[in-house]
Design a protein around this ligand. Structure first.
Ligand SMILES: Nc1ncnc2c1ncn2[C@@H]1O[C@H](COP(=O)(O)OP(=O)(O)OP(=O)(O)O)[C@@H](O)[C@H]1O
Ligand SMILES: [Zn+2]
Ligand SMILES: [Zn+2]
Length: 844
């Protein structure tokens, strides 16, 4: 593939031999990425003679009138033709060497190239917010510099400028100023500072953003002493300290002993205690966990663990374990020996708030070796956690998508739990990476295993560990490529059965006079909950914007005549015509008043939200206590945990919620799971709709019957004959996959074919449409490339921007030669923005 974008072709730095300045090829210029808002170009600088620089080093360079942070990208043996050599400025200094280990650096480069994203944007995703941006370069005295008296004869010889800077620094108690300040105070300070550094009298460093300075707090430490000359009060304090292991935060001690700082100071004076500032790490706080021991494993778990432990270096492992089969225990026991070897592990989960239980289990097992890293942390927490990771101490990092960039130097294992989950994919902004793809590269580069765990693996992962389907029931293992391994946990812990799934035909309910959103079956099950002192979960699919239209009388779903997808309902604004549209070929029609199949007027936009269901429940089952569990009720930090704890404590009978319920909840008291309307999942206008529906329904069903009491699942639908419903009923992942893969194959959809989605948006509806048209025609028809669209996005206008899209579909697994992306971008006028989504997951 030919890529002209400069920042993309910087891949070259990762090639061996290019990394270092060798004596034979003497480089005199270097291209750097400058950390300046809006700048994504590379700039050329001259290499100072004495300074050794490697790609990936963090530098300071003069930029306009400022000194700014920059990252060294690659050497040039020729200056660019359009730049006069004498105009090129020199790199000022290296702030941090080897900041990016070479494997990490290569990872970032791969992401930039694969996702057509300028490298600086990738770096911004990887680094904690503001690390480079608001960092400040400072100069501070060394101990040699502190003791240097410029007026004495024994002083090291230095220029007058250097003397001035030295004296300036010596005047402060800290011996430390920002470069900016020094430059204000001393003329041509630049040369002076260089000189001081060379003489070992000063050193420069990059100060982290102010906001993220380490947080200090006073700690009180007990010294070894016999307490003879103490008052009773003082003795009490010493006793408290001793009970707490000899150390407490001062604030805690004051509170515990109801004493004052002056009492403590008196104790310090007597030499019994020391009070000092200590850094407190702003890590996510969690309740203290009781220690937890490794469980003795089932046979299937033992097999899986042994296979994992025997791996040496990179391998991709699909751990396919049915719901409640104990995958987490396998992760924990795979990680334990690594920590003892001084290695770290990275565990990615779909959404951290939704899985406090998982984090708790890790904390209970590994204590403070566990770090949590995700974007909902405050900047301070993120920064501190990031620094902790950087130390290289063996640790377990649990985080969401972006934690794949955790700077763990000594990585021994990467795990993606619930690997099928679509939240591992970033749709915007660029890079539109998939954490699974990045994890695969990272594991390869670090030469460590990658475990993909799921009860409902993505078809991508299923195919990648060997596309020939194994026999049913699931085999213990199957072989894919040389580096891939399939492991299965086919049974629940203690051989508990998977819950039976009852499918209720809602058309029948209507025919037989039940107009409630709850079938008679579900009503009866809800009635029984209270009697039996059991708990239940009701799943409601919230459709957000997109919807499908179906006939309440006959179940007919309006579909596109040209594609095998349902039509989406479009209603751009009040008063505008109601339209049905296909997102793949742009076929459109008006919304019909009657069912085209049976002429019934009961056409319905499907899906009632949690709120409506909760109201309905309150009306029909006033004695059932509910907890609503959706994005409205879980907005605050810690609210997931609170609601789940309430529920686990039996403060409610029913948990009513959305997608959130499907992710890893392990509540043994739950016996009933009800799906109010499965149809909301089945007819989305997306080629992945079936896969997603199967995964969601199987996962939510898997919440039932995990404890002693057997579970029961009731799925309500208007299309009971749908193949997804069939597969969920029989817990048959295998046949579902076979059928689904055959369809994907026929239509060249992933994982057989490949997709790239171009999303265009603009405040100007005409311009965006025209641009989409021009870009689409620009893709010369190639063998194996199909261009779908341009078509308007399903919600045409969002935040006053009109959105169009072009879907590129490739028959082959790898991408063929495409036209130059820079040229494509150049076709967009300034008012139209273009996002290139590689391997898109959301096509609507
Ligand atoms: N060897 C074991 N012996 C006894 N209990 C176990 C064992 N392994 C796991 N468990 C328990 O079984 C329950 C289910 O395990 P876990 O939550 O890991 O399942 P899972 O495979 O991740 O399920 P899901 O995919 O549905 O989230 C947990 O409560 C766990 O503590
Ligand atoms: Zn009908
Ligand atoms: Zn169509």
């Amino acid at each position: 593939m030919y890529i002209k974008d400069v920042s993309l072709s910087s891949m070259a730095v990762a090639e061996p031999g290019e990394l270092y300045q060798s004596k034979t090829t003497f480089h005199r210029w270097i291209e750097v990425l400058v950390d300046c808002p809006g700048s994504s170009d590379l700039f050329t600088y001259k290499l100072p003679a004495q300074l050794e620089i490697k790609p990936g080093d963090i530098l300071t360079v003069p930029f306009g009138a400022q000194q700014v942070g920059a990252i060294a990208i690659r050497f040039l043996s020729q200056p660019p033709a359009d730049l006069a050599p004498e105009k090129i400025r020199e790199v000022e200094d290296v702030v941090s060497r080897g900041f990016f280990p070479s494997t990490y650096w290569e990872l970032l480069n791969r992401i930039a190239a694969y996702y057509y994203t300028p490298l600086i944007q990738v770096i911004r995703v990887a680094l904690p917010p503001g690390l480079l941006g608001r960092s400040q370069r400072r100069l501070r005295l060394t101990s040699l510099g502190r003791d240097q008296d410029v007026f004495s004869n024994t002083s090291i010889f230095m220029s007058p400028t250097a003397q001035q800077v030295l004296q300036l620094l010596q005047k402060t108690s800290t011996g430390d100023y920002s470069y900016y300040y020094i430059q204000q105070k001393v003329k041509s300070a630049y040369r002076g500072t260089r000189e001081l550094i060379r003489l070992g009298l000063a050193e420069n460093y990059l100060e982290p953003p102010r906001l993220n300075q380490p947080k200090l707090q006073k700690a009180v430490t007990l010294l070894d002493h016999n307490d003879e000359d103490l008052s009773t009060r003082q003795k009490e304090i010493v006793e408290v300290l001793r009970r707490y292991g000899g150390e407490l935060w001062q604030s805690e001690l004051l509170q515990t002993c109801s004493t004052s700082t002056s009492t403590l100071k008196a104790l310090e004076k007597k030499g019994y205690i020391v009070i000092e500032e200590r850094e407190i790490l702003r890590r996510e706080q969690s309740p203290l966990m009781a220690g937890d021991q490794a469980k003795s494993l089932t046979d299937a778990q033992t097999d899986a663990l042994e296979r994992i432990k025997s791996l040496d270096g990179f391998a991709q492992v699909l751990l396919h374990g049915v719901t409640g089969s104990g995958k987490t225990e396998v992760y924990l026991q795979a990680i334990a020996p690594l920590l003892n070897q001084g290695k770290s592990a990275l565990v990615l989960v779909p959404e951290i708030g939704l899985t406090p239980q998982l984090t708790d289990r890790f904390r209970a097992r590994f204590g403070n070796k566990v770090q949590v890293y995700h974007s909902a942390l405050s900047d301070g927490e993120r920064y501190d956690t990031w620094r902790q990771m950087f130390t290289g101490e063996a640790q377990v990092v649990i985080g969401t998508r972006s934690a794949i960039f955790a700077p763990l130097p000594n990585l021994g294992l990467i795990i993606l739990d619930e690997e099928h989950d679509s939240s591992f994919k970033q749709d915007s902004p660029i890079p539109t990476y998939h954490a699974r793809t990045v994890a695969q590269w990272r594991a390869e580069l670090e030469n460590c295993p990658l475990i993909l765990g799921s009860a409902t693996p993505s078809l991508e992962s299923w195919v990648s560990v060997g596309s020939t389907p194994p026999p049913n029931p699931l085999p213990a293992s199957k072989e894919g490529g040389p580096d891939s391994l399939y492991l299965s946990l086919p049974e629940r812990i203690n051989s508990r059965p998977l819950p039976p799934v009852e499918i209720v035909d809602m058309r029948r309910e209507l025919q037989e006079g039940n107009r409630s959103i709850f079938s008679r079956s579900l009503q009866e099950a809800l009635e029984q909950l209270k009697e039996r002192k059991q708990q239940g979960i009701l799943f409601i699919h919230r459709r957000g914007h997109s919807t499908f239209v179906s006939c309440r009388s006959c179940g007919y779903v309006l579909e596109c005549p040209n594609c095998d997808v349902s039509l989406a309902y479009h209603h751009v604004e009040e008063g505008a015509p109601q339209l049905l549209r296909c997102h793949y070929c742009n076929y459109g029609r008006s919304h019909p008043p009657h069912c085209p199949e049976c002429s019934s007027p009961y056409l319905k936009f499907f899906g009632s939200g949690t709120q409506r269901v909760a109201q309905e429940l309150n009306k029909q089952f006033p004695h059932l206590r509910l907890i609503r569990f959706d994005s409205d009720t879980t907005r605050n930090k810690g609210s997931h945990r609170n609601l789940l704890t309430q529920f686990a404590n039996g403060e409610a009978d029913l948990l009513v919620g959305t997608q959130m319920l499907t992710k890893g909840l392990d509540l043994p008291q739950v016996t009933l799971v009800g799906v109010v309307a499965a149809d909301g999942l089945l007819h989305l206008s997306d080629y992945r709709a079936n896969e997603r529906a199967f995964q969601t329904l199987t996962q939510v069903a898997g919440r039932a019957g995990r404890g002693e009491d057997p579970g029961r699942v009731i799925v309500q639908t208007y299309t009971p004959e749908h193949p997804v419903i069939e597969a969920v009923k029989t817990h048959d992942y295998q046949s579902f996959c076979d059928a689904e893969l055959a369809q994907r194959q026929a239509l060249n959809y992933p994982p057989m074919g490949r997709l790239i989605l171009l999303r265009l948006s603009s405040v100007d509806p005409i311009q965006v449409q025209n641009t989409a048209q021009i870009i689409a025609t620009n893709f010369s028809s190639q063998e194996g490339l199909e261009i779908l669209g341009p078509a308007p996005a399903s919600i045409l206008r969002v935040a006053n921007r009109y959105r169009w899209q072009i879907l590129l579909k490739f028959a082959a697994e790898s991408l063929p030669t495409l036209s130059d992306w820079q040229e494509i971008r150049a076709l967009c006028p300034a008012s139209v923005s273009l996002t290139i989504d590689v391997d898109p997951i959301n096509i609507m």
